[in-house]
Design a protein. Sequence first.
Length: 122
Amino acid sequence: MNAPRARCPALRLRTTWPAPHTVRVTVRGELDSATAGDLGALLTDRLWAAPEQLAVDLSEVDFLGVAGVRVLLHAALEAEQRGTELLVVTGTSAAVRRALRVTGADRRLTEAGPAPAPEPAR
């Protein structure tokens, strides 16, 4: 009998639906060979719903390793095949932007910077 795979405490994943046909997956912590499989499984699951847009928010990621980059590239390929726009939100995370640049993934992924700040109420 196979025991369920233990979640790695170094990674936290959250899914929200900010608008119809839009899914946002927020990633916190370290995205490396120990945690990339969890993100990959979640992204594949969310892509089965065929949203118009899937945003992967990496702005709270402390470390992005090659395994994490590979998961993002695979998700981008899956999204393209399903007609879904995949956005990678880097925020102000220099570690994430550097990993994407060094691996060349920045040329294959659609990056979005930080979300604009809400306008103050008048």
